[in-house]
Design a protein around this ligand. Structure first.
Ligand code: HC1
Ligand code: SF4
Length: 584
């Protein structure tokens, strides 16, 4: 350990720590606009300058190693003046108007200018060129607002292994953008929005559909329903001052009803449906491979994450047969809403508008895919992020904290704990195993044994082996089989697995594009670091553990929908509405 002094406060940190780490360890805030945790320091923005006793020049705290006996000052007049100059220079070339910016009141640059007491800008700078790219349904990029901090470059290249954006050109005309001045829809961008999640300003934001949704709500000829993804409930509260990891399901439902939606439903119901379909698909693939000796694509990969689907299409098209044919829960819900539910309420698919609240920007892209019109109309009409929902609530003047909790509407009022845990890495796999194990053995898994510890938590590549014993006669081909499963999150880790590992021994692999899974999707409240991720994940597991229904196949409304509509998993009707095939 190293002992050093920050503002005369003694602090101990492990070897290899930076001054920024040491300050954090003793709760001293040093501002930074470029640093991202778990990534190498960049020292680009120079906002984190500090004075180190005996050093000739000020040091960037994010890039300076902590040393034994070091004496650091983080808030002298010289430091404040320097930071003010740095921020004024950034503002002088920033082509943004806070009043009309999507990030107004949620902008790190604006916040820093306020903290530093900047009331005028002492420099007349050349403005960076403003090119606005609205080419994708997921994201909007504005070069003019970019402060070249390169957080998005790190998120896209290192975390996601995509490499869609990087520095181009030099001087004032330099940009952080796709190569050859392309738009995002012309390159391999998977529209995950991790760039937008880490952008400190309004240079990359979600493509906003709030006005479209208000218009639909105001249109008397439309019946507008909304579904909420598993991860929203553990994060939305942050937009209204709650601590990360506060579950606000009941208030969220009440807010959506106040906004004027005709029906408020849970994507979690469709997550339970996904488990019925995807679990049955896995067992069918295993039977075809082990009993009928057919040439079957194994391991089966989960398919609920649209960023992952797009990544596979761009980079690993030979793996597409390995993807489950299940649509994502979002899209299953849309297809169900415009058929089964529309029939129940006597409406045509075209009269029903389906809005999704998702933690994810790629979901905006997913609903426009050609495969997603199986109801006879666009199955999901508009996708709003958690952040956009909070904006709508604020626009409507609703005091979120004062709302009385309400329940989701029928005919999909309940979902299982297995559906809750879709929100975090490892959850889809655990949910699938809960159901598959009981189908195959007929034995109930006791509540204390439902979690599969090796695939929980923030590890990027996790695995487990589960020995199947005591099968029912029809599943005897699985007796004694070790079911090998893997769970991966962040596409950079997926690339590592697919490039460097032999995956032939695995039967089922879960992939989630974003770090930690949907709980830190590109549309969640900013700023998400590992401590926030852990709190949201803990909240989701607590939801699951607090439920009586913890397995998808036990959900009585799932049983009802198979009785009334689909007949059985993988039936002809379910193939038509709930499944699709991705082709090269
Ligand atoms: Fe997700 Fe999913 S879990 S992909 O992370 O399978 O976005 O929350 O809605 O569709 O259910 C996202 C979350 C979400 C789908 C489900
Ligand atoms: Fe890269 Fe994802 Fe941003 Fe596209 S959306 S530029 S893939 S981080």
């Amino acid at each position: 350990m190293i002992t050093l002094y920050i503002n005369n406060q003694e602090v101990q940190v492990p070897e290899g720590s930076t001054i920024l780490d040491a300050a954090k360890a003793c709760n001293v805030n040093i501002p930074t606009l470029c640093h991202l945790e778990n990534t190498p320091p960049k020292g680009l923005c120079r906002v984190c300058v500090v004075e180190v006793e005996g050093a000739r020049a000020m040091a960037a705290a994010c890039a300076t190693p902590a040393a034994e006996g070091m004496k650091v000052k983080t808030n002298t007049r010289k430091i404040r003046d320097t930071r003010r100059t740095v921020v004024e220079l950034l503002l002088s070339e920033h082509d943004g108007d806070c009043k009309v910016c999507d990030r107004n009141d949620d902008c790190e640059l604006q916040e820093l200018a306020r903290e530093l007491g900047i009331t005028s800008i002492g420099f007349e700078g050349e403005k960076a060129p403003s090119k606005i790219d609205k080419s994708t349904p997921a994201l909007i990029r504005d070069d003019g607002k970019c402060i070249k901090c390169r957080r998005c470059v790190v998120a896209c290249n290192e975390t996601q292994g995509v490499g869609a954006v990087f520095p181009q050109g030099r001087g004032f005309t330099s940009t952080i953008s796709p190569a050859f001045d392309c738009n995002l829809d012309e390159i391999t961008c998977v529209q995950c929005g991790q760039c937008a999640a880490v952008c400190p300003v309004g240079a990359i934001t979600e493509h906003n559909y709030i006005e479209n949704v208000w218009n639909a709500i105001d249109d008397p000829s439309k019946y507008v329903i909304v579904q909420t993804a598993p991860a929203i409930r553990a994060a939305l509260g942050e937009c209204f001052g709650y601590e990360p990891g506060t579950v606000v399901t009941g208030k969220m439902v009440a807010a959506l009803k106040s906004l004027g939606f005709d029906g408020v439903f849970d994507t979690n119901f469709a997550a339970d449906l996904t488990i019925m379909e995807e679990g049955t698909e896995l067992l069918t693939r295993l039977k075809n491979a082990l009993v009928d000796k057919k040439d079957v694509a194994l391991p089966q990969f989960t398919s609920c994450c649209p960023g992952w689907i797009k990544f596979a299409e761009h980079f690993y098209p030979d793996m597409l047969d390995n993807l489950s044919t299940c649509k994502s829960p979002q899209q299953m819900f849309g297809a169900l809403a415009k058929t089964y539910y529309a029939q129940k309420i006597g409406k045509k698919p075209s009269e029903v508008v389906v809005v999704s609240i998702m933690p994810c920007t790629a979901k905006k892209y997913e609903c426009y895919r050609d495969e997603m019109y199986d109801s006879g109309a666009k199955d999901v009409d508009y996708v709003l992020t958690t952040r956009e929902l909070s904006t709508m609530v604020k626009q409507a003047g609703i005091d979120f904290k004062l709302l009385k909790e309400q329940k989701m509407d029928t005919p999909f009022p309940e979902s299982s704990g297995a559906a809750d845990i879709f929100a975090n890495t490892g959850g889809v796999m655990e949910a699938a195993i809960r159901t598959a194990y009981e189908i195959v053995t007929g034995h109930e898994v006791p509540a204390q044994q439902l979690h599969i510890k090796p695939i929980m938590g923030l590890g990027g590549i996790k695995e487990a082996s589960l020995k199947i014993e005591g099968t029912l006669p029809e599943w005897s081909f699985l007796e004694g089989v070790e079911l090998n499963v893997m769970v991966i999150h962040s596409l950079g880790n997926v690339r590592k697995v697919l490039e460097e590992m032999d995956i032939s021994k695995y039967h089922f692999i879960e992939v989630m594009t974003c770090p930690g899974g949907c709980i830190s999707g590109g549309g969640q409240p900013r700023f998400t670091d590992d401590s926030v991720r852990q709190k949201r994940i803990a909240a989701i597991y607590a939801e699951d553990e607090g439920k009586e229904l913890r397995k998808s196949h036990e959900n009585p409304f799932i049983k009802q929908i198979y009785d009334e509509f689909f007949e059985a998993p993988l039936s002809e009707k379910s193939h038509h509405l709930l499944h699709t095939q991705y082709t090269k």
